[in-house]
Design a protein around this ligand. Structure first.
Ligand SMILES: C[S@@+](CC[C@H](N)C(=O)[O-])C[C@H]1O[C@@H](n2cnc3c(N)ncnc32)[C@H](O)[C@@H]1O
Length: 230
């Protein structure tokens, strides 16, 4: 492991805006589930998650733009989260938090109806068929989002992967989810959209490679997601 990574891991444990799965191994009840408003943000403002946040580009930029909302970046990679967490500390953004956990366990950290909105930014496409259960828009994850998201909450999903985008649309159709917006190519169809053109670290790379970026916005109000991938 590089020295840079080790230093980031050490530094991140000291950041007050970052919670790590290892913090809760001794005492399950200390997990912040149901306590985000009262104990973490100490306000009643809406809570917005960025899942697979990496360096937290959306978390930090949305927090700057919307001081009346709370933002939580979620990813398992601490050295990536470090960048966004450090930025938020440096700028004194009190409406930002990072959570280093597997998204597979999101409902152990958020209570039912505790989350108002979700962004999923450039999740790994997992192209191999055997890895399909790890795709963040498959039924396993939709069920988890449904457990924490308010019934009128929306999910915003951005990807450069055509295969993952097709898989996502199929997965939403199978689950009877409500689709609010579909943009096949953001920078061609709506280059002036201030929300959709916030660029993440990976997105900047993909754009340099000439890839197109797709977006879909959907919600999961009382839909039945009991199906599983073949
Ligand atoms: C391709 S990167 C994108 C990072 C960032 N959103 C960006 O666009 O720059 C995908 C991220 O998803 C995270 N990730 C994938 N599956 C995950 C899971 N099940 N739980 C937590 N993080 C996950 C990885 O650690 C990685 O940082």
């Amino acid at each position: 492991m590089s020295k840079g990574k080790l230093e980031k891991f050490k530094e991140i444990t000291a950041f007050r805006n970052t919670l790590e799965l290892t913090d809760f191994q001794e005492e399950e009840s200390q997990k912040p589930k149901g306590r985000w408003h009262s104990d973490i943000f100490e306000n009643d403002n809406p809570i917005v998650l960025e899942l697979a946040c990496g360096k937290g580009a959306y978390t930090v930029e949305l927090a700057r733009r919307y001081p009346d909302k709370n933002f939580v970046g979620v990813d398992i990679k601490g050295d990536r989260i470090w960048k966004g967490a450090k930025q938020a500390v440096t700028e004194g953004l009190s409406n930002v938090c990072f959570l280093r956990i597997y998204i597979d366990h999101l409902d152990e950290y958020f209570a039912s109806n505790e989350v108002d909105d979700i962004w999923i930014t450039f999740p790994d496409p997992y192209p191999r068929y055997s890895d399909r259960n790890n795709r963040l828009s498959g039924p396993k994850f939709l069920k988890i989002y449904q457990r924490v998201l308010k019934s009128d909450g929306t999910i915003h999903f951005k990807t450069d992967s055509d295969d993952l985008f097709s898989f996502t649309k199929e997965s939403l159709a199978k689950s009877d989810c409500k689709v609010h917006d579909v943009v096949e190519n953001i920078y061609q169809e709506c280059p002036d959209n201030k929300l959709l053109t916030i660029q993440t670290h990976y997105e900047a790379h993909y754009l340099q490679e000439g890839r197109s970026i797709s977006f879909i916005k959907f919600s999961l109000p009382n839909v039945d997601i009991s199906w599983e991938l073949d």
